[in-house]
Design a protein around this ligand. Structure first.
Ligand code: HEM
Length: 406
């Protein structure tokens, strides 16, 4: 059986509405947002639990635990929302691989949703109970949530990795010639890859703490001693987190198939170098000099990692006869223009306005009063939203009527 022909036949016959590379770029860039919040959620949840159990040992741990519990609560919701972007784009250009992988592990793909719901509920239970002098047993909720979040990461990893191994699909679908439609197994797990992705949550929360200290520097209720404690902890977590992440990364580098050209690919080693550099930089960082710069570099590193994931996917699938470059294109300019206009208008202007407002309001002690620029942006955001809703309905109704009468 020619697996390349099978994959190409499984493509959506409607094709894609613009050049496939457009969706590839969007897939890679939107995944950066998803994984950044995965790391922040897991890192802050882990730190919240650690700090919760250290409450009696030293001052500030209890306060930090409560703060990180809130951070994890918000980060989980953002990782879910931001996961939708790469999910959509993967389904556009890698639909044969993504759907097959999901069907082969159907029970796990469905269990992913339920375990995520249970995990988030557990985290909320911990969040509500984690107050000053909270009982020790509430930590059970937090541990359960963190365990399930890690399981969800494992399911995501297996679904991504199985999609890279089409030459093994038949063995999983019909082992020994007997069809097995249960979808009851996670068929392939590349542990170094999974552990590496997950391990980055440690430096991520470190970088977040450094930004947190900078952000709250103007608040009198976050006194200098507390900020110094958090800043020191942030640096330690970032430094040791990056250093430790090198181990699974190197193991992953050694685990690529022979002859794939990936083990010596420069991008992989660039990531090794970048992570080592981050670890050394964090080691030399002065407790007072940082701000948002380390977090910005951390995000850039994730951009590199997202690109690397895509290079790996190309190297796995190309020899089997699949490349997105041959995906049939049925150009649909109106929908492409509408998509990018929505991205710029709603994502850029409306989203940017909210972010700016939240940032400035949070950095103000007392009542925040918007200046002229913020007020203008607000008017612009509301106008864009109005135009967008109008265009959405008018265009949708026009297309439906056109289709009904033709
Ligand atoms: C706690 C929950 C989650 C965790 C820990 C998690 C973690 C991960 C990890 C580690 C990867 C990389 C896997 C790899 O390349 O080996 C990944 C990829 C991905 N995740 Fe999540 N994720 C979670 C929830 C979600 C949700 C809710 C969505 C969708 C709404 C989502 C969408 C995706 C997508 C689309 C990919 C890339 C798939 C691909 O390119 O093949 N994730 N996730």
């Amino acid at each position: 059986m020619d697996i390349g022909a099978v994959m190409n036949t499984m493509r959506d016959p409607a094709g894609v509405p613009a050049q496939p590379v457009v969706f590839q770029i969007l897939m890679v860039t939107t995944w950066v947002g998803h994984i950044a919040f995965v790391h922040l959620a897991l890192g802050s949840a882990g730190l919240a639990i650690f700090a919760f159990h250290r409450r009696a040992a030293a001052e500030y741990w209890e306060r930090l635990s409560m703060a990180m519990t809130k951070v994890a609560k918000v980060a989980v919701s953002l990782l879910i929302v931001l996961g939708v972007g790469p999910l959509l784009f993967t389904q556009v250009i890698y639909d044969p691989q993504w759907y097959t992988s999901n069907v082969l592990s159907g029970r796990w793909a469905i269990a992913f949703i339920f375990t995520l719901i249970v995990a988030y509920c557990c985290w909320f239970a911990f969040y509500h109970a984690n107050r000053e002098g909270a009982k020790k047993h509430i930590g059970v909720y937090a541990w359960a949530a963190l365990g399930l979040f890690c399981l969800d990461g494992l399911i995501m990893h297996a679904l991504s990795y199985q999609a890279l191994l089409p030459d093994q699909w038949m063995n999983w679908y019909a082992p020994g010639g007997m069809v097995d439609t249960r979808g009851a197994a996670l068929h392939a797990i590349q542990w170094p890859r999974y552990v590496f992705f997950m391990s980055l949550c440690v430096p991520a929360v470190g970088l977040f703490l450094l930004a947190y200290v900078h952000y709250f520097a103007v608040h009198a209720d976050r006194e200098p001693a507390y900020r110094a404690f958090v800043s020191h902890l942030g640096r330690q977590l970032a430094q040791w987190g990056y250093a430790i992440a090198l181990l699974p990364l190197l193991a992953w580098q050694c685990d690529f198939p022979a002859g794939s050209g990936l083990a010596l690919h420069p991008v992989g080693w660039l990531i090794v170098g970048a992570i080592a550099t981050m670890a050394l930089w964090m080691r030399q960082l002065d407790d007072n000099a940082h701000g948002y710069l380390p977090a910005t570099f951390g995000l850039a590193l994730l951009g590199l990692l997202a690109t690397w994931r895509e290079i790996i996917r190309i190297h796995y699938l190309r020899p089997l006869g699949y490349t997105i470059r041959t995906y049939p294109v049925h150009a649909d300019w109106p929908s492409t223009v509408l998509f990018f206009a929505t991205l710029a208008g709603i994502g850029g202007l409306v989203g940017g306005f909210y972010l700016m407002l939240l940032y400035r309001a949070g950095r103000t002690q007392g009542v925040y009063i918007a200046d002229r620029t913020a007020a203008r942006l607000g008017t612009g955001a509301v106008s864009v939203l109005g135009v967008w809703i109008a265009v959405f309905f008018v265009y949708g109704i026009a297309v439906s009527m056109h289709n009904s009468f033709n």
